[in-house]
Design a protein around this ligand. Structure first.
Ligand SMILES: CSCCC(=O)C(=O)COP(=O)(O)O
Ligand SMILES: [Mg+2]
Length: 229
C-alpha cells in the first residue's frame, strides 16, 4: 500500500526546458553580480563556506568561487551550494512575474486525487528546498506549497545514492515499501529501488529502453493498485 509519494521536479512534474531554458540562464546572467553584491549577508557567506568545503579550497576568494560556480553551471553539477545560490537568484524572477513555475497539466488533478485518498506528498529535487517552494509557490497553477508534507534536497544526499532514500524514509517515518518515488531519471529510481522503495519513471520526452522501472508518460497513467499491499 502506497502511503507517501515523493516526486522529482525537472522532467517529472515540470518540463526540463523550463529549467534549462528559463531558470538556468536567468541565474547564470545574474550570478556574479549577485554574489559580489550580497557576499556580506550571513546566509550567502554560509553558502560560500559550504562551497569552499566542497572544492577543498578553504582560502578561495569571491572571484575564485564565482569562477567555480560558472564551471559547475557548465557541467550542470548538482552542487548544494550552487543550488542554494540559484534558488536565491530565482526568487526575484518569480516575485517580479518574469516567469511562473512550469507544471504539466496532468499533475495537479492527480495530486488532488492522491490527497483525497490520504496519501502524503513530498518533493525530492537537486534544486534547493527554497527553490522547490518557489517553483510550486509561483506555479502555473498557483500556490501549491501547502500540498506538500515536506521537501528534500541534496542535504539528505545525492539523488543517485541509495543512502539518500534511506535518509528520506527515516525523516518521513514510513517503511520503504509504503513509499513511491517518481522521477524521469533511471539512475535515481535505481537508487530508490535499492533502498526498498516503489518506483515509477516519467517519460516526458525520449524513451528509456534500459530502464527496469514501470514507465508512464503522464501522472494520470500511474496506477497505485499495481503496487503490492
Ligand atoms: C527546484 S527547480 C530547479 C531544479 C534544479 O535546479 C535542478 O538541478 C534539477 O534537479 P532535479 O533533481 O529536479 O532533476
Ligand atoms: Mg528529474
Amino acid at each position: 500500500m502506497i502511503r507517501a509519494i515523493i516526486t522529482d521536479i525537472e522532467g517529472t512534474t515540470s518540463d526540463i526546458r523550463f529549467v534549462h531554458n528559463i531558470l538556468f540562464p536567468f541565474a547564470r546572467e545574474r550570478l556574479a553580480g549577485f554574489v559580489r553584491e550580497h557576499q556580506q549577508q550571513a546566509h550567502i557567506q554560509a553558502i560560500m563556506v559550504d562551497l569552499r568545503t566542497e572544492i577543498e579550497e578553504p582560502q578561495a576568494d569571491t572571484e575564485r568561487l564565482i569562477e567555480i560556480l560558472f564551471s559547475f553551471m557548465d557541467q550542470d553539477r548538482k552542487s548544494t551550494a550552487l543550488k542554494a545560490l540559484q534558488g536565491e537568484i530565482w526568487r526575484d524572477g518569480y516575485v517580479n512575474g518574469d516567469f511562473t513555475g512550469h507544471l504539466y497539466p496532468d499533475v495537479l488533478p492527480v495530486f488532488n486525487a492522491w490527497q483525497q485518498q490520504g496519501i502524503a506528498l513530498y518533493v525530492y529535487s537537486s534544486g534547493s528546498v527554497a527553490a522547490q517552494k518557489l517553483l510550486f509557490g509561483y506555479s502555473d497553477a498557483g500556490d501549491l506549497t501547502s500540498r506538500f508534507s515536506g521537501y528534500f534536497d541534496t542535504h539528505v544526499g545525492a539523488k543517485r545514492d541509495v543512502q539518500s532514500y534511506r535518509n528520506i524514509a527515516a525523516q518521513i517515518g514510513k517503511p520503504a515499501n509504503e513509499l513511491l518515488f517518481l522521477s524521469d531519471i533511471r539512475q535515481e529510481l535505481d537508487a530508490a529501488q535499492q533502498a526498498g522503495w516503489n518506483t515509477v519513471q516519467l517519460i516526458r520526452g525520449e524513451e528509456d529502453t534500459d530502464s527496469v522501472h514501470r514507465q508512464v508518460n503522464r501522472f494520470d497513467e500511474i496506477n497505485l493498485e499495481q503496487f503490492p499491499s
